[in-house]
Design a protein around this ligand. Structure first.
Ligand SMILES: NC(=O)c1ccc[n+]([C@@H]2O[C@H](COP(=O)([O-])OP(=O)(O)OC[C@H]3O[C@@H](n4cnc5c(N)ncnc54)[C@H](OP(=O)(O)O)[C@@H]3O)[C@@H](O)[C@H]2O)c1
Length: 295
């Protein structure tokens, strides 16, 4: 059977590399984008994935370079748009967040009408956003995607992962795993402007693939195991790992944020079974240990 070809922008990243891994396992051919093809830190962990030899093609892509975006999506029947500078620090170039939607999305339905009819599946764009007032740019990005979808009929589904943790595939740490590492090292930063919802990276990747494959899925999807405060998360981490210097926070760290167990009801109804926060913490800390970030 002919393999379906999809694109994962930001395929080298923490979440992206899990999506690439699961898509290849699922029989897809993946066009994964990296920023620098000649940098082994961005490519080697992807090339080492099982099935990569036949199921993976790497593309050098810069979010602000239209031609590089187009080359990566050409010949595909869907896009998992994950690439984005993801930082706990302030954003310096908001263009990076909304440019791709205005430029890249423009090409999607037109460029691949042939593969669309061959596979009998409409072109689908899965967008990963960060739901936080701190990351206003991501909200602009989502708005741009929705507006474009309205104007052109492009099939867009959106996912809002919370605080993504889990086994690390790339050789560099992403922002959320750095936050966990800092907490283990005793940082008292409260991230008051973040919305908190721990979730396992594999569940995020599975949810994105589910949203891509399930054509009845539409709209926005919160992707968290639980919604809680940084203080709740720190308390659980300290309880599980008393040997580290995890601080206790005497008060709520996200004032006004309502705690809930089933915030991701829409994804649960679609069949996602979320890993518990306790299990997610354990595999994340063990991954940090095995990679030598902590002893
Ligand atoms: N981690 C979380 O807790 C979390 C939560 C919600 C949403 N998200 C969203 O999920 C996405 C991925 O997050 P992540 O944690 O996997 O981050 P990450 O590990 O830092 O991955 C970011 C990816 O984007 C690529 N990228 C960055 N700037 C780029 C540019 N200018 N041009 C082309 N590619 C660029 C990176 O490429 P290189 O590796 O080649 O540099 C990398 O593949 C982001 O959109 C983030 O906002 C993350």
């Amino acid at each position: 059977m002919e393999r379906k070809v999809v694109c994962v922008t930001g395929g080298s990243g923490f979440i992206g590399s899990w999506i690439v891994k699961l898509l290849i396992q699922g029989g897809y051919t993946v066009h994964a984008t990296v920023q620098h093809l000649n940098d082994e830190k961005e490519t080697k962990h992807l090339e080492a994935l099982e099935g990569a030899e036949s199921g993976l093609r790497l593309f050098q892509m810069d979010l602000l370079d239209y031609d590089s975006l187009l080359a990566a999506i050409k010949g595909t029947i869907g896009v998992f748009h994950v690439a984005s500078p993801c930082t706990v620090d302030r954003v310096t170039d908001p263009q990076l967040y909304y440019y791709p939607h205005n430029q890249m999305a423009k090409q999607v339905p037109q460029s691949d009408s042939t593969s669309k009819s061959q596979c009998g599946q409409p072109y689908r764009w899965v967008e990963a956003c960060y739901l936080s007032s701190f990351f206003k740019t991501a909200l602009y990005a989502e708005k741009a995607a929705w507006e474009f979808a309205k104007d052109t009929g492009l099939d867009v589904v959106v996912i809002h992962p919370g605080f993504v943790l889990g086994p690390i595939l790339p050789p560099v740490l992403n922002a959320s795993m750095i936050m966990l590492l800092r907490l283990l090292e005793g940082s008292t930063e409260e991230y008051g402007h973040f919305y908190m919802g721990p979730v396992h990276v594999k569940d995020v990747a599975l949810a994105q693939i589910l949203l891509y494959e399930n054509l009845s899925a539409s709209g926005r999807h919160l992707c968290v195991e639980v919604i809680n405060h940084w203080s709740d998360f720190a308390t659980k981490l300290a309880e599980l790992y008393p040997e580290y210097k995890v601080p206790r926070f005497p008060k709520d760290t996200q004032p006004g944020l309502l705690r809930t167990e089933d915030g991701a009801k829409k994804l649960i109804d679609l069949g996602i079974q979320f890993t518990s926060m306790e299990e997610t913490i354990k595999v994340s800390v063990e991954s940090l240990k095995s990679k030598g970030y902590i002893s």
